[in-house]
Design a protein. Structure first.
Length: 363
């Protein structure tokens, strides 16, 4: 049947002609920030369950982070990770588009040179990380910014308290910089100024920082523990303003599942991270129905901008019913961890089918 697209055209999608609802076809989502926990933590997520969760959220392209066990910081580790992913996606029967970040360390610059044509970019943890990925000395950070500029590699940074330093280093070396999970008004100010100066600096925001604040922490407990943490209502307002004025370029879910058993411990011992890949689009569609964001802006944040920033192609679709109302329920989630910080929310607007490489997955 012919389905109207977000930009007032039509696309032919093999849905039953009697499919009802206020249907709209959007470009399938690109999630530039996921942790599918493979290798090393498949009890939390695998590329089988991760792919299923992605499809349920209208996502057909993901970019996975390197903080695995072992970390993806060597040629051998990258090769091994790709082999596992390909095998798991084959088992799932879901030909998900995927790209991988390579982790930067203080002493793997030569490895970065070797894998530059096999990766989407380099990930640098400037002030917090798991495993052996923390690089907090300025001299080491400078070397990484410099080599990424020389190799024309995008450098993604986790810089919760180091955004200003990251921007200054990007300016110094003319590095293509992607700042992950921006969450504060202060960061927004730094990034906005750098953009006005013409530097190639991009900013990502997560759905949990857009739709939750520190006021939700008491209700969520450790299920709301993530890094960077939930912030104030004023910070959240700044993020939405940054979306409207194009300071924010993408929405990356930072999908980082942990089991409930791992989360249900005292706060100090609970791991950071929440799942989000399959609830992102419903949350955004609900915001659209509330008049908070346009469909055009959703498409730019979840697909079009990422195509340009990461130079990736994706001709897939997600069909949504803009009027469909459903509650987020843990038991309906595809992610292996089986829970969401948004459980219990009743949202208007849901994906009903995802088209990946002409294969239609109906929800």
């Amino acid at each position: 049947m012919k389905v109207k697209t977000w930009n007032n055209q039509f696309v032919e999608i093999d849905l039953p002609e009697n499919t009802l609802g206020n249907l709209m076809a959007l470009p399938a989502l690109i999630d530039p920030h996921v942790h599918f926990r493979t290798p090393g933590s498949e009890h939390k997520e695998s590329w089988i369950t991760g792919a299923e969760a992605a499809i349920a959220g209208g996502v057909t392209t993901v970019i996975d982070m390197p903080n695995n066990i072992p970390s993806t910081v060597s040629t051998l580790a990258l090769k091994h990770k790709k082999e596992i992913i390909d095998a798991q996606l084959k088992t799932a029967g879901i030909p998900l588009h995927y790209y991988l970040y390579f982790g930067a360390t203080a002493d793997n610059l030569e490895e970065i040179k070797k894998v530059k044509d096999q990766i989407i970019g380099v990930k640098l943890f400037m002030d917090a990380s798991t495993g052996n990925l923390l690089v907090d000395k300025l001299e080491d950070q400078e070397k990484i910014f410099k080599i990424c500029a020389e190799l024309n590699l995008l450098l993604a940074v986790h810089a919760v308290t180091s955004a200003e330093r990251a921007v200054e280093l990007a300016k110094k070396y003319h590095t293509k910089l992607y700042i992950c999970h921006v969450s504060t008004n202060e960061e927004i100010g730094i990034i906005r100024q750098a953009k006005t100066e013409g530097f190639e600096i991009y900013a990502e925001v997560t759905p949990h920082h857009l739709f939750l604040t520190e006021n939700d922490h008491e209700r969520l407990g450790t299920l709301g523990k993530m890094n960077p943490p939930l912030h104030t209502v004023e910070d959240q307002k700044a993020l939405w303003e940054a979306i409207l004025d194009n300071t924010i370029d993408t929405i990356g879910t930072d999908h980082a599942p942990h089991t409930l058993a791992e989360k249900n411990v005292p706060e100090a011992h609970a791991p950071f991270g929440v799942p989000g890949i399959e609830t992102n689009l419903p949350l955004l569609l609900n915001a659209y129905n509330q008049g908070k964001i346009s469909l055009e802006k959703i498409v730019k944040l979840t697909s079009l901008n990422a195509k340009k920033i990461f130079n990736v192609k994706n001709n897939d679709w997600v069909v949504v019913d803009l009027d469909l109302k459903r509650e987020i329920k843990n038991e309906n989630l595809k992610t292996k961890c089986g829970w969401s910080p948004f459980a219990g929310l009743k949202l208007k607007g849901r994906p009903i089918a995802t088209v990946l490489k002409n294969i239609i997955y109906k929800m």
